[in-house]
Design a protein around this ligand. Structure first.
Ligand code: ZN
Length: 288
């Protein structure tokens, strides 16, 4: 069995795989290595004919703090992994490298996981920030603990939203606009009311609830599960999900290029939380 640095892989019940984010010291922040390890774990579960259902969980108080903004050697890190898409040019000048990187690592991987032909269940506790949404939204079912909170404050730092722009599909167009425009936290109760998550449970029952759901689904024939999933996904895609997300991704790249021209970085630094800005060597007092 493959071993990971930031992920654990278990088979806690018959036909069930459980992938756990295990980079607790950074609240499961996602750098290149982390994302490829997660992808490798999904691949193991997807390609194992004995596995019918995949649970995605996280160790620590928070599900994920999002993309690791401290990563400075992203091009080198990509060279150390076999890419899964067909894009290249990760070290090119101008906007090309950034678009290639995000197409491979962010939109590409999230979309890849969304299309795994087996039911996937995310178990979410604590904070799920921006890139964290790109791990749970591709899952078929989301179970959250009562303390779970969700946020995308990309607009504050000059970008329209995260690279996997599923917001309108997850919470409806009107609420998606409020979520993006205000950048405020959404509670588990509100996410449940909107249909973004399936169930809310007490924190100490979260893992048990996700496993119980996985076991229930795993009693069904896998081929029928695959067909049910493909049918629902096809409905979203025929409604324009894929094309709309490609458009959002292109606009996201425009925002990065705009910020590069104005601030010499991908984001408007004045929108970052001061402690985050300092961590990555920026002056949080720099104004727009
Ligand atoms: Zn981006």
């Amino acid at each position: 069995m493959k071993t990971f640095d930031h992920i654990t892989y278990e088979t806690p019940a018959e036909h069930v795989a459980r992938i756990v984010l295990n980079r607790v010291q950074t609240r499961n922040s996602q750098d290149t290595h982390f994302l490829y390890e997660l992808n490798d774990a999904f691949d193991i579960a997807a390609q194992d004919d004995h596995i019918k259902v995949i649970v995605l969980a996280a160790n620590g108080p928070h599900f994920s703090s999002g993309h690791d903004l401290r990563e400075r050697n992203g091009v080198e890190a990509l060279r150390n992994h076999k890419t899964v898409g067909t894009w290249c040019g990760f070290a090119c000048a101008g906007a090309e490298a950034q678009m290639s990187r995000e197409k491979e690592l962010y939109l590409g991987l999230s979309e890849r996981w969304r299309n795994i032909p087996k039911p996937t269940i995310a178990a979410v506790q604590g904070r799920c920030i921006m890139g964290g949404l790109m791990l749970i939204w591709p899952c078929d079912i989301i179970i959250a603990s009562e303390d779970a909170q969700f946020v995308d404050h990309a607009v504050s730092f000059g970008v329209g939203g995260v690279e996997y722009f599923a917001h309108p599909w997850e919470m409806g167009a009107r609420k998606a606009k409020e979520f993006l425009f205000t950048g405020e936290w959404m509670s588990a109760a509100e996410a449940h009311r909107l249909g973004m998550i399936n169930h809310v449970v007490p924190l100490d029952q979260l893992q048990e609830a996700a496993l119980a759901m996985a076991k229930k689904i795993a009693t069904k024939p896998l081929f029928a599960l695959k067909l049910a999933k493909e049918s629902v996904n096809a409905m979203e895609d025929v409604q324009g999900r894929t094309n709309a997300m490609q458009t959002s991704f292109a606009l996201h790249q425009l925002a990065h290029t705009h910020n590069l021209k104005l601030f010499n970085m991908l984001m408007d630094p004045s929108g970052l939380p001061p402690e985050t800005a300092r961590t990555i060597g920026l002056n949080p007092d720099q104004k727009r």
